[in-house]
Design a protein around this ligand. Structure first.
Ligand code: CP
Length: 306
């Protein structure tokens, strides 16, 4: 299978292989597709890190990037996502990366599209490449996931990062703690135990803050930014209580002074910019897997006659 929709569809062996490949790419490992290949990045929601790091990864691998601007595409004339991807497949694009506002948008593509589809985030659903870069950053720090405690703090219910990470971290042997305002708890997510923020910060090896997903809220937050920071954020005072050797992660974009004190974003414990660097290596590994998978399942044989 060459698609990447969720990490829960990958075995621990496959996840470990992706992390190994990403580690090697970080050390300068050279890999190229065997023929000229073409990739399109379809972003139907805003993105800085994921979109730019996929494009960086694609260019580092020597892939040709076909520009796609959702606002200037025929999606604006009512074309469906399926017909859009089917069109790109028909003209010879070899893989697509998609971010979409709809949860599980990929179900309409799963069995009908033969080129690999890589999920760059679906609504409140999953964000597998963010999760892989978080895993790589944690593994670089601690060498293992077993017996680690990871606290995921903030807007759990609307976060695809929380959903992807809690499942995979549990599978890899970590203990997941959640901390969240009552209205943003996700009772459907069985992979973490809810605790108050002071307990979460004090017990965690990894303190992972989440952005408040205002764009997915039906009601306005009932707290000011300052009130949220004091009650649920990683303040300077709370950070003083973190365990020795514990680290801070955040998928970003960061709302400085809301979920995390601005001074902590680039503090000694923070690995936030390391996460972004690792995002390029992880996406190189995911693209390599997609292309190798596309070759072995025969998807590319026709398209190779360039
Ligand atoms: N972490 C993340 O997905 O960032 P972007 O929305 O900027 O891609």
């Amino acid at each position: 299978m060459a698609h990447l929709f969720t990490l829960s569809e990958l075995s621990v062996t496959e996840i470990t292989q992706l992390l190994e490949d990403a580690e090697q790419f970080g050390k300068g490992y050279f890999w190229r597709p065997p023929k000229p290949m073409f990739v399109a990045n379809l972003f139907f929601e805003p993105s800085t890190r994921t979109k730019c790091s996929f494009e960086m990864a694609e260019r580092k691998l020597g892939l040709h990037v076909i520009p796609f601007d959702a606002d200037m595409s025929s999606v604006q004339k009512g074309e469906t996502l399926y017909d859009t991807v089917r069109t790109l497949e028909s003209i010879g694009v070899n893989a697509v990366v998609i971010r979409h506002w709809e949860d599980a948008y990929f179900e309409s593509l799963r069995h009908a599209i033969r080129i690999p589809v890589i999920n760059a985030g679906d609504g409140c659903g999953h964000h597998p490449t963010q999760s892989l870069l978080d895993l790589l950053t944690i593994r670089q720090e601690f060498g293992t996931f077993e017996r680690l405690t990871v606290a995921i703090i903030g807007d759990i219910r609307h976060s695809r990062v929380a959903r992807s990470n809690a499942e995979v971290l549990t599978r890899l042997g970590a203990t997941v703690l959640f901390s969240s305002p009552e209205e943003w708890k996700d009772e459907a997510n069985p992979y973490g135990t809810y605790v108050d923020i002071d307990t979460a910060v004090a017990e965690a090896d990894v303190v992972m803050l989440l952005r408040i997903q205002h764009e997915r809220h039906e009601e306005k937050m009932g707290l000011t930014k300052e009130q949220y920071h004091a009650r649920y954020g990683l303040t300077l005072e709370r950070a003083e209580k973190m365990k020795e050797n514990s680290i801070i992660l955040h998928p970003a974009p960061v709302n400085r002074g809301v979920e995390i004190a601005s001074e902590l974003v680039e503090s000694e414990r923070s690995r936030i910019f390391k996460q972004m660097e690792n995002g390029v290596y992880v996406r190189m590994a995911v693209l390599k897997r997609a292309i190798e998978g596309g070759m072995t399942n025969g998807s590319y044989f026709k398209k190779w006659k360039v």
